[in-house]
Write a protein that binds this ligand. Structure first.
Ligand code: FAD
Length: 437
């Protein structure tokens, strides 16, 4: 046992006591022990969730990161079986030299296999590959007093569906088998162009998404008036030739948490303006390493510390296609007016490939994600944003959330009752406690 684990946003500030598990054979005993001693616990992967969904309501986390062994690999078929604490970076380090890549990756390679399944994470290719769960062939799920059950599209199917996007509540994923996709090179051929307003984003997305594996945009959320909704549109594909190299660059790190946030309106405005201007008005092509393309934030370890001791919150919503343009415009207007915002406002069109997960976040529409330094005035801003999202038929991403009301959650995720019925009673998170009561 060692102290202390947190969520990525450090908000809410709720240190978790870590009960580490290093061997699969220890899992059942540890789960029983924690359930008996503290009433409940929650699996914790690598803490890359921003809000309170990775925090145990008992503050006693079952830390599975040390379950980091590969069990079986098949480089003919691109199939990997690994323990749930293995990170996506560790999978890539094995897979890339053999000509394989993750079918879906989020914007950090430090998420674990278990965490990626439990939040059913999505990436820049949602429009062509769906979510991480679409590529999970099976997994072993430990449930209190039931042992480890194999779950797949044909075995324990209700638990398979409930666990993908199930927020760690249905059991502890001990191991999983996933399908990879073949690549010829670890480089990404990308094309970048800036756009002047939101309407241009939607035009670019409609034209370019069908032609490319990856697509994402960055928005200057502080720009107002004629500049509102301006940003940079980025598409990419795995290069058809080149080397198969694993990211081995030394990473910089933020050594300590400053007492106050280093992010303020002045620094944000200047950065956003300079970033937008530094990008070309015409399509510009470049070849980059996969890690520069997918994981720019991972280059600065502990970057979350720059937000200071109060931490920060990410606001991520997805708005259905029918209302996306109008609602996104309104969200950006309210955010710009509030003067609060972030370096990285990410806009992405999600596709219509259904996830096998019961509670998966993406839906066919547009996702907007922004970081905000934590301060009291955020509550009023988020209330206004939530009303726009709900009115537009959208929803918030539990993996990033620390504020959504129970009423909003239950309306946006009607399948919550099915998940609750399949929840392992020995598991409870602060998030679930907040939204289902
Ligand atoms: C820089 C950055 C970029 C990101 N980009 C994206 C993105 O593009 N798309 C996206 O979808 N997400 C994104 N995320 C969020 C992140 O990918 C998810 O929150 C992911 O689930 C974190 O994995 P983790 O291993 O750190 O899990 P944790 O944060 O520790 O836990 C996440 C959930 O998984 C559960 N869990 C963990 N391990 C297990 C297990 N073995 N069995 C059962 N449940 C388990 C936990 O209980 C919790 O509910 C990003 C995060 C960061 C920091």
């Amino acid at each position: 046992m060692s102290d202390s684990l947190y969520s990525w946003g450090r908000y809410p500030y709720a240190p978790q006591t870590a009960h580490a598990c290093s061997w699969r054979s220890e899992l059942p005993g540890l789960l029983t022990e924690l359930a008996e001693a503290h009433g409940s616990t929650l699996p914790y992967g690598n803490g890359r969730s921003y809000g309170d969904s990775c925090l145990a309501s008992s503050s006693q986390a079952l830390h599975v990161r040390s379950l980091d062994r590969f069990i079986h690999v098949d480089w003919q078929q691109g199939i990997v079986v690994a323990e749930a604490g293995v990170t996506l970076a560790e999978i890539l380090a094995m897979a890339i030299p053999n000509g394989w890549f993750l079918c879906v990756t989020p914007g950090t390679q430090f998420a674990t296999l278990g965490g990626a399944i439990a939040n059913d994470v999505h990436g820049k290719n949602h429009h062509v590959r769906g979510t991480f769960g679409n590529h999970v062939r099976r997994f072993g799920l430990l449930r209190h007093e039931q042992g480890i059950l194999t779950c797949s599209p044909t075995e324990n199917t209700d638990l398979y569906a409930a666990t993908i996007g199930g927020l760690g509540l249905t059991g502890i994923i001990a191991w999983s088998e996933i399908q990879l996709m073949p690549i010829r090179s670890s480089q990404i051929d990308s094309s970048v162009v800036r756009f002047s307003n939101l309407a241009e984003f939607f035009t670019l997305s409609a034209e370019l998404d069908p032609q490319h594996e990856y697509s994402v945009a960055w928005i200057d959320c502080l720009a107002k008036g004629a500049h509102a909704g301006r940003g940079v549109f980025i598409v990419g594909d795995h290069a058809p030739y080149g080397s198969l190299e694993v990211d081995a660059r030394t990473k910089l790190q933020v050594p300590l948490t400053p007492p106050v946030s280093l992010i303020n309106n002045l620094s944000l405005r200047a950065f956003n303006e300079a970033y937008w201007r530094s990008h070309p008005a015409q399509h510009t092509f470049k070849r980059s390493s996969y890690d520069a393309f997918f994981y720019p934030l991972d280059r600065l370890l502990h970057w979350n510390r720059i937000y200071g001791r109060k931490g920060f919150q990410q606001y991520q919503c997805v708005i259905p296609d029918a209302t996306a343009q109008a609602a996104t415009k309104e969200l950006l207007r309210v955010i710009a007016e509030s003067g609060q915002g972030s370096f990285l406002a990410v806009l992405k069109r999600c596709g219509d490939i259904a996830s096998p997960g019961l509670m998966s976040f993406p839906l066919p529409g547009t996702s907007l994600a922004l970081d905000f330094p934590q301060k009291a005035s955020l509550a009023a801003l988020f209330t206004r944003l939530d009303a726009i999202v709900l009115e537009a038929g959208g929803r918030l991403y539990p993996a990033k959330d620390a504020h959504m009301t129970g009423i909003d959650f239950r309306q946006a995720y009607p399948a919550w009752e099915q998940l609750e019925a399949l929840r392992d009673p020995s598991l409870m998170s602060r998030f679930w406690n907040r939204v289902i009561t």
